[in-house]
Write a protein that binds this ligand. Structure first.
Ligand code: ATP
Length: 206
């Protein structure tokens, strides 16, 4: 199936910045968030099942997912959240795996799969040859997300509290990308990892 790296990290940790650099270096980058948006966009493959499970209140006028309404629904009710995840996660996984396979067949040296909730979605060890975690202090996460989104500090803190802890993420990491400094420092670390992953992928092909 080709050498696969799972790339995780908390909100605002720098996953996208790291993924962009992996892509520039030639890795196939597959982003679970992007796929999730495709599946829940107008005419998205997940929308019939979501409409059936959640009804019209989950639907926007154009047939896409009403994200604000769904956020309210699942934030207030863990069983509703589980229901949504039971629809979306297997579909995201199937599409991600198919894209990874296609990219490897097309000649990519290896694939990086960006999974925001890598730990929370479970079952990662059998999918990935290597797990890389982007890590920074929680204070920096809050600062970066506030700057990007305009959310208040308390709102960002609530999102952080709902995610796996920094320690839990680091505990499953094979490789840690430290993102407490500038973007150039992040890019340098990704370069070192890229060389390592190319070598490991070569070894796997032998
Ligand atoms: P999310 O989980 O919310 O999608 P993410 O983990 O993908 O976030 P990024 O989008 O890469 O994180 O980074 C969050 C914000 O912080 C972005 O605006 C990004 O440009 C900025 N950022 C990331 N790393 C650094 C850095 N080392 N220095 C300065 N800004 C950074």
């Amino acid at each position: 199936r080709g050498f696969s790296v799972g790339l995780g990290g908390g909100i605002g940790s720098g996953k996208s910045a790291a993924a962009d650099r992996f892509a520039e270096l030639g890795a196939a980058v597959i982003d679970a968030d992007v796929i999730s948006h495709e599946l829940t966009g107008p005419g998205g493959a997940a929308m019939p099942a979501i409409e059936q499970a959640f009804g019209a209140e989950a639907m926007a006028a154009d047939g896409s997912l009403d994200r604000a309404a769904m956020r309210r629904l699942v934030f207030a009710d863990a069983s509703r959240r589980a229901q949504l995840e039971a629809i979306l996660h297997p579909m995201i996984r199937a599409v991600s795996d198919a894209r990874r396979d296609a990219a490897i067949i097309a000649g990519a040296p290896y694939a990086v799969m960006v999974i925001p909730l890598l730990i929370e979605s479970g079952n990662h060890r059998d999918r990935f040859d290597r797990i890389a975690i982007v890590d920074c202090s929680e204070a920096l996460q809050v600062k970066r997300v506030m700057a990007r989104s305009g959310l208040a500090a308390a709102e960002v803190a609530a999102i952080l509290a709902a995610q796996a802890s920094r320690q839990a993420r680091l505990a499953i990491a094979d490789d840690v990308i430290h993102n407490d400094a500038d973007l150039e420092t992040l890019r340098t670390q990704v370069g070192v990892l890229h060389a390592k992953y190319c070598a490991l992928a070569d070894k796997m092909r032998d």
